[in-house]
Design a binder for this molecule. Structure first.
Ligand code: NAP
Length: 281
């Protein structure tokens, strides 16, 4: 596994981490085992949210990490509808109980909402000073919304921006990644496999991935992860509810693509024009 410093949080976080959205629909024992196997393989970054399964996924994560809390960089998210000054603190306390821990390593606003950002960020700072979270970040923020957050909180406070990024959705490359790199904000790629829409082996892009994968004795998904991770600020959080998937994802961190391979992937999955806002699922 490879680790990078995670924004101003200053912690070494695995470049490939573990997503958990929809895990409540998976076999519970297998999913808990997959998360633990992921930790064994060095994927210390575990991403969850109060939204996932209405709290049931946080309980599964709590079970998976109960005896290994110290190894984990644990991230959860507050729903925008709960992100008032008081609501954020209360939501965090509920998440902590479900996760069976006394602190989160990262706590994110799931997407911009109707509560004033100033109130959410004040609550994040209050939680940080109380030791209930080590760092806070944002999710689904474009570069203008990030700039607003910096105007409120100051530079060097935002640990990460978690955004949609996969081979067929590269919009964040235009402005969000450069903005984050300039401000020392970690970029966390969610749905790195397109959330169930990974390029099929028979498509032209799929054939390019397969060719490069064969040269590395790897799988097309591992090549896709390696491509996303070519940016120095990038972390990816694929979700895997099967242990063999978790292990394969962790192994992708070791793959180094050559310039020509990056060029071929870039050509097969063009990044497209700049659009307003960040794409979301
Ligand atoms: P994803 O990671 O792009 O894809 C997950 C799918 O890929 C699952 O069906 C999984 O199967 C399969 N998979 C994983 N590893 C595999 C492997 N090595 N070989 C074959 N199949 C594999 O989708 P996602 O869950 O949408 O995104 C990842 C995480 O990002 C989420 O779980 C969540 O934590 C986060 N997220 C955040 C936001 C946000 O708004 N901030 C939005 C969406 C997602 P199995 O589960 O059966 O292993």
């Amino acid at each position: 596994m490879k680790y990078r410093i995670f924004g101003p949080a200053g912690r070494e976080v695995s470049v490939v981490g573990q997503g958990t959205w929809n895990m409540e629909k998976d076999d519970r024992r297998a999913a808990v085992e997959a998360l633990r196997r992921g930790l064994d393989a060095g994927m210390n970054h575990v991403d969850t949210a109060e939204m996932y399964g209405d709290g049931r996924v946080e309980e599964m994560v709590g079970e998976a990490i109960a005896d290994r809390r110290g190894e984990v960089f644990l991230v959860s998210k507050v729903l925008p509808e709960n992100a008032s000054r008081r609501g954020t603190v209360q939501a965090c306390e509920r998440s902590l109980r479900r996760l069976r821990t006394d602190h989160l390593d990262g706590y994110l606003l799931h997407w911009p909402g109707r509560h004033p950002l100033r109130d959410t960020l004040a609550a994040f700072e209050e939680l940080r000073e109380a030791g209930k979270i080590r760092a806070w970040g944002l999710s689904n923020f474009d570069e203008e919304e990030l700039a607003d957050a910096i105007r409120i909180a100051g530079d060097g406070k935002i640990a990460c921006n978690q955004v949609l990024y996969h081979l067929q959705e590269r919009a964040i490359e235009h402005a969000v990644i450069p903005f984050c790199e300039q401000h020392g904000i970690a970029v966390v790629a969610y749905s790195p496999f397109g959330s169930g829409d990974f390029p099929s082996p028979s498509s032209s892009g799929g054939r390019v991935l397969a060719g490069i994968a064969a040269a590395h004795d790897a799988t097309p998904r591992q090549i896709a992860l390696a491509f996303l991770l070519r940016h120095p600020s990038l972390f990816a959080i694929p979700k895997a509810a099967r242990a063999e998937h978790a292990e394969a994802n962790a192994a992708a961190a070791e793959i180094e693509l050559g310039e020509e391979e990056v060029r071929r992937i870039d050509e097969a999955f063009p990044r497209g024009r700049r659009r307003r806002g960040v794409p979301t699922l």
